[in-house]
Design a protein around this ligand. Structure first.
Ligand SMILES: NC(=O)c1ccc[n+]([C@@H]2O[C@H](COP(=O)([O-])OP(=O)(O)OC[C@H]3O[C@@H](n4cnc5c(N)ncnc54)[C@H](O)[C@@H]3O)[C@@H](O)[C@H]2O)c1
Length: 328
């Protein structure tokens, strides 16, 4: 995408894992980026691109003042709590932040006269899908408060768009992994729950062993299969979605994945090869609510946005994540 002079973008949650990668791409392409983040689940260390304002989205009046002053053409909304099991234990906290504070942001956005919005949704809205690969038109049956919170926001966005109040793209991410190939930024979670991160941290000796949850699924090797997307390809998808909205595109929902999956055992194998470390793996029982297979249907994003991933390669994903792990 060519540099667009004086396009201003607000990125909520831009200090977090995915948002910080998107900020890097935006700034590198010449966009003017303002990050709103309360640093509740991130440190600010990844906020190397764009200007950071430390602010909680719950503070609607302050958010409104920032939006009026910066006057962005578009908002990308990453800020949320993201740990599925925690959402089961603390549903109110999740609904309050992921839905309540999104409502406040949308309300401030409307008052500030901004109408374009990109939302970080999740494959968790599908729950346990009955069709694989799962398409955007599949029924939404989330099985956790986290997934429910994303589905609720999507409903709100749909109704606002129908009323002509916004135009939006909701991006349903599948399993996001990897790190900036240049090694400048990467995941810094307080609670690393994602498989690839856990595997690499186990290789580093931060965990004594890696658990495989369930080896009796109806899959070729008995372990769950997921569609891993490199965080930098996901960042590119955000820039394409932004360009689409700025060019007048209609509101839409798009899966973000590669359309193919790897099993837990395959991921572990590649992690061992990339790191050269034969870390300990323990097989335990299934976790409640894990779908056996979760793979995105991707023809919509490929045709609508001409999305052409650069890093559709599990080795590259794990290599870049390992590069980062060795720097932190
Ligand atoms: N990581 C994944 O695999 C994945 C998959 C699907 C969807 N998502 C979605 O992508 C988005 C970003 O996820 P991430 O992995 O980068 O998470 P992250 O925790 O690294 O980033 C979230 C950021 O939002 C900020 N934040 C949270 N609540 C806030 C509030 N009320 N006000 C201001 N800032 C607030 C946090 O401080 C953090 O910097 C989330 O909406 C998440 O649900 C992530």
């Amino acid at each position: 995408m060519e540099k667009k002079v004086s396009i201003r973008v607000v990125v909520t949650g831009g200090a977090g894992y995915i948002g910080s990668h998107v900020c890097k791409l935006l700034v590198k392409r010449g966009f003017d980026v303002l990050v709103i983040d309360n640093l509740s689940t991130s440190s600010g260390r990844n906020c190397r691109y764009g200007h950071l304002i430390k602010l909680d989205l719950a503070e609607e009046e302050k958010v409104l003042a920032v939006l009026k002053e910066f006057a962005p053409q578009i908002i990308m909304h990453f800020a949320a709590f993201i740990v599925v099991p925690e959402s089961v234990e603390r549903p109110l906290m999740y609904y309050y932040n992921n839905v309540g504070n999104t409502l406040k942001l949308l309300s401030a956005m409307k008052k500030a006269g901004i109408e374009k919005f990109i939302f970080s949704s999740s494959a968790a809205v599908y729950g346990i899908p009955t069709e694989i690969p799962v398409s955007e038109s599949a029924e939404l049956r989330p099985i956790s408060p986290y997934g429910e919170s994303k589905a609720m926001v999507e409903k709100i966005l749909r109704d606002m768009a129908l009323a002509g109040e916004i135009r939006y793209v909701s991006l349903r991410y599948f399993n996001v992994a990897g790190a900036d190939p240049e090694g400048e930024i990467g995941p810094l979670y307080n609670q690393p729950t994602h498989l690839i991160l856990r595997a690499l941290k186990t290789a580093k000796g931060e965990f004594p062993y890696l658990e495989i949850f369930g080896t009796d699924y109806p899959t070729p090797d008995g372990t769950c299969i997921r569609d891993y997307i490199h965080v930098m390809d996901l960042a590119e998808a955000h820039l394409l979605a932004m360009e689409y909205l700025l060019d007048g595109g209609e509101s839409t929902i798009l899966n973000c994945g590669y359309g193919r999956g790897y099993s837990v055992r395959e991921v572990v194998e590649v992690a061992k090869r990339v790191t050269g470390i034969d870390f300990e793996v323990r097989e335990t029982g299934r976790r409640p609510g894990d779908p056996p297979v979760l793979i995105a249907r991707t023809d919509k994003i490929r045709s609508l946005l001409d999305f052409r991933p650069r890093y559709d390669d599990l080795y590259a994903i794990i290599r870049h994540a390992w590069l980062w792990e060795n720097k932190i």
